[in-house]
Design a protein around this ligand. Structure first.
Ligand code: HEC
Ligand code: HEC
Length: 258
């Protein structure tokens, strides 16, 4: 109990110190920029207050899950003590400028028609697309890209690592849908064994989800493995007796040969 509160106290102290150091290095940097005024704004309003600018920058960092130097200065340097925020050396800053214009364009022009229909329509912001990541790829796209480069084993460990890092956050969808969607992409490349292995992993992770069993059964069926197909359609029907697709496929299979 006592030990727990010391640890808690230490971690609070650490966060507090980080906050102080961060705020100090930020404001001492800002003071280098003559009168704290931004010197190189090309898309944001030139009369933006220091507070508004800071909040906006924090929101970009959170939306993309990055630190300031992803767009400013040296991306490998997490500290911002030496960062010249007015410089344009980091090409991501210009990409971000295009993104700011895109978001402004969507909100001021493109959404007008929709707003005319429904007063409740909100605004698009960086987080609407980025969900805490610089890339906007879905989990299945990330996995498929890894699969094409490095094969199945590496992809499964990538999945496990991403899950450790992101589960419960808003970046990737770890529901019963993602692995199956990845498995379908693999199936389309003709690597049936790999597609089945992924399908089976989804069955293990979500034993009540009917469509993983249907997915596996379909592949077995197409590849002439009737017994395996029947077993998996039956499992799907056992989980969901109203699954008409599985029942139809099972009937077709049972009447086809014999
Ligand atoms: C996703 C990219 C991105 C991230 C992350 C980001 N910024 Fe920026 N920042 C920009 C862009 C783009 C501009 C220039 C806007 C313009 O041209 O109107 C800018 C401008 C600034 C300026 C004004 C510089 C000047 O003198 O013109 C400051 C200060 C600043 N950022 C601080 C920060 C801080 C501090 C962080 C981290 C909390 C941060 N930024 C994170 C993209 C980013
Ligand atoms: C309509 C969707 C959408 C919105 C809104 C959006 N972005 Fe993007 N952004 C993208 C796409 C698509 C890419 C290309 C990503 C990829 O390669 O996966 C991208 C890429 C980027 C990159 C380059 C990332 C990299 O790894 O090189 C930056 C920086 C960026 N966006 C910043 C922003 C900022 C800042 C905002 C808010 C002002 C924003 N984006 C809003 C769709 C969006």
């Amino acid at each position: 109990m006592k030990r727990g509160s010391i640890i808690l106290y230490k971690s609070l102290l650490n966060s507090f110190l980080c906050f102080i150091i961060f705020s100090w290095s930020y404001s001492s940097k800002a003071q280098n920029n003559r009168d704290d005024k931004p010197v190189n704004l090309k898309v944001l309003p030139s009369n933006i207050s220091e507070n508004e600018l800071r909040q906006l920058m924090d929101s970009y960092s959170t939306a993309l899950g990055v630190h300031c130097n992803f767009c400013h200065g040296n991306p490998n340097d997490k500290g911002i003590g030496k960062t010249d925020f007015g410089a344009d050396a980091n090409p991501k800053k210009n990409v971000a400028r295009e993104m700011i214009k895109l978001v402004n364009g969507i909100n001021t022009n493109m959404l007008q028609g929709a707003r005319a229909l429904d007063a409740g329509i909100g605004s698009v912001s960086c987080v609407s697309c980025h969900h805490g990541s610089a890339s906007i790829d879905l989990l299945e796209d990330v996995l498929f890209r890894t699969y094409k480069k490095k094969g199945l084993d590496s992809t499964i460990s990538r999945y496990n690592n991403l899950k450790k890092q992101y589960y419960g956050s808003f970046t990737y969808d770890f529901s019963n849908r993602a692995l199956l969607s990845f498995a379908s992409k693999v199936n389309e490349t003709g690597n049936f064994d790999d597609a089945i292995t992924i399908g089976k992993k989804n069955c293990e992770l979500f034993p009540d989800y009917t469509w993983s069993f249907v997915f596996i059964a379909d592949i077995y069926s197409k590849n002439g493995k009737k017994d395996e197909a029947v077993k998996n359609y039956e499992k799907a029907i056992q989980l969901d007796p109203n699954n008409r697709y599985a029942s139809q496929q099972l009937r077709k299979l049972q009447s086809s040969t014999n």
